[in-house]
Design a protein around this ligand. Structure first.
Ligand code: NAD
Length: 352
């Protein structure tokens, strides 16, 4: 409890084996053997041919089949299409290659079939470390927590992130920082989640600042992926607040890209919450190497050339519905969240 100085805490973690390192993809078959997994269905998003080839080359004879139609927010049609392939090839596990969209599809299949999940993350979404799932049916996205969907094996190879474009690198990295920021001031923060959050922010801020100009810097890629891993762990252990609710609404109901929505919102949400979470803000500032979290996050967004909400296609006419959706249900946040407050926050974000 960062703010309350309450010495009692409780948390659960799910069982997962994590293998991290440049070139660790070559250990994939041995790691699957170690887990007793023989035939996996490979799931990914469209356009990942080069990384897919690299993974397939390591998988034989473990490859049962491939489905490359994962899409953002895990639509029901993608789940059904992947399930059709799954029923044909009868794997004993699913293996995701890619970011939160591929991992989300794997989680949906794990939930429906009970098959274990293996993840090879190639963005900084952190979803691979969480038991949080999300699926979309029509216009409605449902999310929840279920330890059964959390990957059992996660293999991080930073070499697979070299191809992530600069703009996605910055936005996805800010998405990971958003997990850590909200973990830092979460009401159920504990000494472990707090350490994870502070260190994630430090590693991500340092490495993203390098990657924005040098996307092929291998040391910075490894550092950013380490930060994303820590941020994902912190996200899994804590309750998220306004930042995650708003990003969820803007991406789910207004079609903004998920990581970019997080990145555009973060400076405004940190500014909004700052006075209500002074201790967490001091830690966040220290992790950023500055003495003020609000200006530190704003400056980082500028350095990373983060697109504004307006540039992402959000406009003033969308504010009333967004504010209504973001305040439909109660959730933890350092400052009281009301519909007028969210409208004001979004107006200032559009003016920025
Ligand atoms: P994404 O998975 O949709 O990936 C974005 C784009 O980048 C895709 O086109 C993908 O093919 C491409 N890409 C991925 N890796 C690449 C690489 N190495 N090189 C080049 N291109 C690459 O985006 P995301 O931001 O990783 O994930 C967003 C989704 O994840 C959202 O649906 C969000 O709700 C979910 N999410 C879930 C959790 C959780 O804990 N459940 C956490 C964070 C995000």
């Amino acid at each position: 409890m960062t703010e309350g100085r309450n010495p009692s805490f409780a948390y659960s973690t799910h069982q997962v084996r994590v293998v991290f390192g440049a070139g660790s993809l070559t250990q994939l078959a041995a790691e699957l053997d170690r887990e007793g997994l023989r035939h996996v269905l490979l799931l990914t998003t469209p356009g990942r041919a080069r990384e897919l080839d690299a993974v397939v080359a390591q998988l034989n004879p473990h490859l049962a089949g491939t489905y490359a139609g994962a899409r953002p927010h895990v639509p029901a049609e993608a789940i059904q299409a992947a399930r059709d392939v799954l029923e044909r090839v009868e794997p004993d596990a699913c293996l995701t290659l890619g970011g939160g969209s591929a991992i989300g599809l794997g989680k949906a299949l794990a939930q429906k079939t009970g098959l274990p999940l293996v993840a090879i993350p190639t963005t900084y979404s952190g979803s691979e470390m969480t038991s949080i799932w999300g699926v979309t049916d029509g216009e409605v996205k449902r999310t929840g927590r279920d330890p059964a969907v959390a990957p059992r094996l996660v293999l991080y190879d930073p070499e697979l992130t070299l191809s992530l474009p600069a703009e996605s690198t910055a936005a996805s990295g800010m998405n990971a920082i958003a997990h850590a920021v909200e973990a830092a001031y979460a009401p159920d923060a504990d000494p472990v989640s707090s350490l994870l959050a502070w260190d994630a922010i430090r590693r991500l801020a340092d490495s993203l600042t390098i990657l924005v100009n040098s996307p092929y810097d291998r040391a910075a890629r490894a550092e950013a992926l380490t930060g994303a891993h820590l941020a994902g762990r912190a996200l899994d252990m804590t309750s998220m607040g306004l930042q995650h609710k708003l990003a969820h609404v803007l991406a789910g109901s207004f079609g903004l890209p998920h990581a970019q929505a997080h990145a555009a919102l973060l400076p405004c949400v940190v500014a909004f919450n700052a006075t209500a979470a002074p201790e967490a803000m001091d830690r966040i500032a220290a992790a950023l190497g500055t003495d003020d979290a609000v200006s530190g996050i704003a400056e980082l967004a500028k350095v990373l050339k983060i697109k504004s909400l307006r540039e992402l296609g959000f406009n003033a006419a969308m504010i009333p519905r967004a504010a209504a959706l973001a305040t439909q249900a109660a959730y933890a946040n350092p400052r009281l969240v009301t519909e007028p407050v969210v409208r004001t926050l979004l107006e200032s974000a559009l003016a920025a």
